[in-house]
Design a protein around this ligand. Structure first.
Ligand code: GLC
Length: 653
């Protein structure tokens, strides 16, 4: 019954399509629309079905899908077809990513294009070019406050530069990831300006209130994202004499997705960037897309419906394009962004593994893997055809977003343990070599997050200052250990620019008044290319880290067991300092790799006999695929040096 409703509506919509659309050869488009329309219609109906203009909006949506399909270049359409055929292509171990600010990495987009061979030298074949769209000079949140979604900010180049970059990337088989900031616009975006000028159409794009009555109700349950730099979730606008919802900074106006026009506009923008050659679209702050009084306004079921609908629509026009969910939320919530109640991912194919990231940092501070093991064990199973983005750090702060229940299970008191971690990474804890800074400290809740580059958090800054070779080596080992984990865990490892040469904190942001309050800028470096050259000089920190990562990436790409087919088994071992898991080749029996990481600063041992019959590692002579060497053994006890990891395979395989 329902299906008939959607099909007859589809027929009507197609009959009414503008003649210039009808004239085109849209074979692939119609096939995909037919296959996905029922899902799109039912989702759209769930969200907007009670509106008088429902059918008109549905027609408008189809028109947007068709128009963007017509504009899609044939090279991209060819890729779509190839990827449809090989639909698990992104689960392969061959992909290794890096995220970067264009300005900090290479000055501008042309500069970035000139640096592609450097990235290839390292082995990177996926780049996340952080936001490059037009944004205000100062109130920009590093590009996440967009004032024009269809043009490149002139500080980094032009749309043509981006197109040329995207063509070069395609020729080199490097994937391009671009952001679409879905939750909010800058208060200088045309929509916001027209709302401010009184146009009702655009006021309906945002959450705008006459007085504090409703905002106060929202505030009761909405947490603060930036409690220090932008407390509260609403901002008074003097021109309108009204209150606007601003969950993030006070200049980032939240979009209201209960208005279908907003949904269609943003979908059109996603497809626009897909058509500029983005292979992957990073959907920013997806947890926040639906607001309801009495809730935290995060992870609402409707936010998932919106994402599912975006995916289904993208499937019609640009099926080769993947979505990354940037949802830095509780572990049980993160997993839902792959899609709920399904076997195959039907929302975002990729999600940031914020849980693993935070747990790795816990293991660094505690020198053991108790919470890491516990947290990974509690992480719900992931759907098929979904993969993690595994990272050690990114451009944002490190939030300690693991579950209290897991902290308790690991033997700690949650609040005291979180305090310890913040103290440890901000260097206030005795003995800590870390040089991080607190971010987003909330006096009301006692929460805090952490800023600082990987190298500074791993102790390299303090080790270099005290000119202590042992401490330098230790932090280099730690940096490599953390990468050894994200490269083998299952998913796409995402490096962060500068980390490949051990870039330290940059304190110059304090002199820029538009950044001084936001300590995340200390880990958004401007790359010093002279330092990068030091990777060729033996014994430098740059050489040790770069070469280690280069080797790791090259080796990862040759290990099919590292592809992500939910083929990881976490092993419970007696030694608390070790994080141990087995990855098995999904395409070949008896081809497994045993991954062992030692988070302690002393050597540790693992009794292989205790692993049971998994892979029979105890009877074999083993080889560490990363170093090529055989590890130290005493009988069936494997010895893992401080802050080292192994990727072990029996020599006989
Ligand atoms: C995302 C971005 C972060 C930004 C926020 C608001 O979390 O990663 O940098 O501040 O969204 O747009």
């Amino acid at each position: 019954m329902y299906e008939q409703v959607s099909h007859s509506l589809l027929n009507r919509i197609l009959d009414e399509l503008k003649p210039e659309i009808r004239k085109r050869d849209l074979r692939h488009f119609y096939t995909r629309l037919g296959a996905n329309f029922y899902a799109i219609h039912s989702l759209f109906h769930q969200l907007y079905g009670d509106r008088d203009d429902f059918e008109r909006q549905m027609g408008r949506l189809v028109e947007v899908l068709a128009n963007q399909f017509i504009k899609r270049e044939s090279a991209l359409k060819k890729l779509d077809t190839l990827r449809e055929r090989d639909h698990n292509w992104f689960l392969s171990q061959e992909w290794v990513g890096m995220a970067m600010y264009t300005k900090g990495f290479a000055g501008d987009l042309k500069g970035l294009q000139n640096r592609l061979s450097y990235l290839q030298e390292l082995g990177i074949n996926m780049i996340h070019v952080m936001p490059i769209l037009v944004c205000p000079k100062d109130a920009s949140d590093g590009g996440y406050a967009v004032s024009n979604y269809r043009d490149v900010d002139k500080r980094v180049g032009t749309l043509q530069d981006l197109q040329s970059l995207s063509t070069s990337l395609r020729q080199r088989n490097i994937l391009l990831t671009l952001d679409v900031v879905l939750n909010h616009t800058s208060n200088e975006h045309e929509w916001a300006r027209r709302a401010r000028a009184g146009e009702q159409k655009f006021r309906d794009y945002y959450y705008i209130f006459d007085d504090r009555k409703i905002p106060d109700m929202f505030e009761k349950t909405m947490p603060e994202i930036f409690p220090e730099i932008s407390p509260g979730n609403f901002t008074y606008d003097e021109v309108m004499n009204k209150w606007v919802m601003t969950s993030f900074n006070n200049y980032q106006w939240d979009l209201d997705y209960s208005n279908p026009t907003v949904f269609i506009e943003m979908l059109d923008i996603i497809l626009f960037w897909a058509n500029q050659g983005a292979d992957i679209v990073r959907l920013d702050a997806v947890a926040f897309l639906w607001k309801k009084i009495g809730t935290t306004c995060q992870n609402e079921p409707e936010a998932h419906l919106i994402l599912q609908m975006m995916k289904d629509c993208c499937q019609v026009t640009a099926p080769g394009v993947l979505f990354i969910a940037e949802a830095i939320v509780a572990p049980v919530e993160i997993i839902k962004y792959f899609g709920e109640d399904a076997i195959i991912a039907k929302e975002c194919e990729i999600a940031y593994n914020a849980t693993f990231m935070a747990l790795l940092w816990d293991a660094v501070a505690t020198k053991n893997a108790n919470l890491l093991n516990q947290g990974i064990r509690s992480l719900p199973d992931k759907l098929d055809r979904a993969t993690w983005l595994n990272y050690v750090r990114c451009h944002d702060d490190i939030g300690l977003g693991f579950d209290d229940a897991d902290i308790i299970q690991a033997g700690y008191e949650p609040s005291a343990h979180r305090h310890f971690l913040v103290d440890y990474f901000t260097g206030t804890y005795d003995d800590s070599p870390a040089r991080g800074h607190p971010f987003g400290r909330n006096e009301k809740t006692g929460d805090a997050r952490i800023s600082g580059t990987l190298a500074s958090l791993a102790g390299l800054e303090s080790a270099l200052e005290s000119n202590d070779p042992k401490a330098i080596q230790q932090s280099v080992d730690l940096i490599l250990l953390l990468h050894g984990m994200i490269m083998s865990f299952g998913g796409i490892p995402l490096l962060y620019y500068g980390d490949e040469i051990g870039t330290l904190n940059d304190y110059s942001y304090r002199e820029d008044s538009s950044k001084a309050q936001d300590s995340r800028w200390m880990h958004r470096p401007v790359i010093d290319w002279e330092k990068v050259e030091l990777r060729h000089r033996h014994g430098t920190v740059q050489q040790m880290i770069f070469d280690g990562l280069q080797r790791m990436i090259a080796v990862r790409k040759t290990i099919p067991a590292f592809a992500d087919y939910n083929n990881r088994e976490l092993l419970a071992v007696d030694n608390p300092h070790l994080f141990v898991f087995i990855r098995s080749n999904p395409f070949q029996l008896n081809d497994s790799v045993l991954v062992v990481g030692n988070f302690d600063s002393l050597p540790q041992s693992l009794t292989l006999g205790d692993l049971g019959d998994r892979g029979h590692f105890e009877f074999e002579q083993l080889q560490d695929l990363y170093s090529g060497a055989s590890p130290y053994m005493f009988k069936d006890q494997l010895v893992i040096p401080p802050h080292q990891f192994y990727w072990l395979r029996p020599m006989s395989v």
